[in-house]
Design a protein around this ligand. Structure first.
Ligand code: ATP
Length: 245
């Protein structure tokens, strides 16, 4: 495992309920301090990859049956999700982790639970600098729009002071304007805080623009990889993932 890889998957195989083979020799890496994009059609196995990395597979009776996952130089293939969160590996998933009947501030506080003694006030202020919209909303998280909930989910992850954030379709359900805003923030988090980010997206266009490096996944494994720029110019990628032209 190269030292500048914060994450490396090597020939990972995932099976659900002892029968369905969903990942079949999945290998990829994410570089420290970079944005990496993982793209692919519906059902290619992108979400399963994130669950394998974060350790949440067992919640759906899935398991890694072959291969290895290294995070920050350590084999974490069978490490518990809690342990990984404590070590700075954080998954942001649509609808996950936000407590609907708590306020925004209370949700952000929860995000810092792995860091007893942290200057939570200061850190919440930092989140609000990135997401000024959240500062203005006073009510319960459940009343936030889809875009605002997405922002809160990212803000909550920031409170854990992660080294690597895994994001499952941050653009899902957002208006084009909000997608731009959220991607702008993702880039800032990467540039200003040095956060490593692994982004899973259907919106290949935005993802490849933001990403330093990208992978294309089909049928449970990587079929193509390259810099964000190279992939945007690849004819197959254009045809199948960037809507023709
Ligand atoms: P999408 O963008 O539609 O979420 P994806 O690339 O994220 O697609 P996955 O959700 O990882 O794909 O699913 C990959 C394959 O694994 C699909 O064929 C799906 O039906 C199957 N699968 C996913 N979760 C389970 C599960 N819990 N049990 C059985 N099969 C599953």
């Amino acid at each position: 495992v190269a030292t500048d890889d914060i994450l490396a998957l090597n020939n990972v195989e995932v099976i659900f309920n002892d029968v369905i083979l969903v990942l079949r020799g999945m290998s990829m890496a994410a570089r420290r301090g970079q944005i990496t994009a993982l793209l692919g059609a519906n059902g290619a196995g992108k979400s399963t990859t994130l669950k394998a990395i974060s350790g949440l597979l067992h919640t759906e009776d899935g398991e890694v049956t072959r291969g290895t996952i290294h995070y920050d130089g350590v084999d974490v293939t069978r490490t518990s999700p809690d342990r990984k969160v404590k070590n700075g590996l954080f998954l942001v998933m649509e609808g996950r982790g936000i407590v609907q009947d708590m306020t925004i501030t209370e949700n952000l506080r929860l995000g810092a639970f792995t860091r007893p003694g942290a200057d939570v006030k200061h850190d919440i202020e930092e989140v609000y600098e990135y997401f000024p919209r959240l500062r203005e909303r006073k009510g319960l998280a459940g009343y936030l729009s889809g875009g605002e909930q997405q922002m809160l989910a990212i803000g909550r992850a920031m409170m854990a002071k992660p080294k690597l954030i895994l994001m499952d379709e941050p653009s899902m359900g957002l208006s084009p304007l909000l997608v731009k805003e959220v991607f702008g923030i993702i880039r800032r988090l990467n540039k200003e805080l040095g956060l490593s980010i692994l982004l899973v997206e259907q919106n290949a266009n935005m993802a490849l623009k933001a990403a330093d490096y990208g992978y294309i996944m089909e049928n449970g494994k990587i079929v193509l990889d390259g810099t964000g720029e190279a992939l945007s110019e690849n004819e197959d990628v254009k045809e199948f993932y960037l809507g023709g032209g």
